[in-house]
Design a protein around this ligand. Structure first.
Ligand code: HEC
Length: 123
């Protein structure tokens, strides 16, 4: 390789590093993708600041770990054993959440992804 080409490669290397996707960061994923959904869609009925409907608070990790009347709202890694996921899928009218309006598919998919990743929650 000629020196000129090698020099060019060295120059480009750091630039390529900058444009690469950042590695998956569990806490960051929660704060940027999951917390805003919970805040916007659930907190009015499931937070200490407002209401704790069904005994379920979603504004803390212990909130969903303890869960409400139906027990823990999430079993990390297990969609079927996570009442929160069953609720947002709106399969059953009686347990559908939010009660009136179903979430957009992207938000349901993000919540499912979060649970499958083990529900990282730094709060
Ligand atoms: C307008 C109020 C309201 C909103 C918004 C709401 N919920 Fe609920 N939620 C309730 C009520 C009331 C109950 C208890 C009675 C019932 O199950 O319908 C409940 C119960 C639940 C339960 C069952 C708790 C248990 O242990 O029995 C889950 C899980 C749940 N909600 C998840 C959510 C999630 C996730 C969101 C946001 C995406 C959400 N809810 C938004 C009112 C709400």
């Amino acid at each position: 390789m000629r020196h000129g080409a090698l020099f060019l490669l060295l120059l480009l290397a750091p630039v390529k590093g900058l444009t690469e996707e950042p590695p998956y960061q569990p806490d960051r994923f929660f704060r940027t993708q999951i917390l805003p959904i919970l805040q916007r869609r659930c907190f009015e009925c499931h937070s200490q600041e407002h209401e704790v409907e069904g005994g379920l608070a979603l504004d803390s990790k212990t909130g969903w770990q303890t869960g409400g009347e139906a027990g823990p709202a999430i079993t990390p890694g297990d969609l079927k054993q996570s009442p929160l996921i069953q609720a947002v899928r709106h399969h059953d009218e009686d347990t559908a959440m939010p009660p009136k309006k179903k979430l957009p598919p992207i938000e349901i998919a993000l919540l499912e992804t979060w649970v499958l990743l083990g529900a990282p929650d730094p709060r």
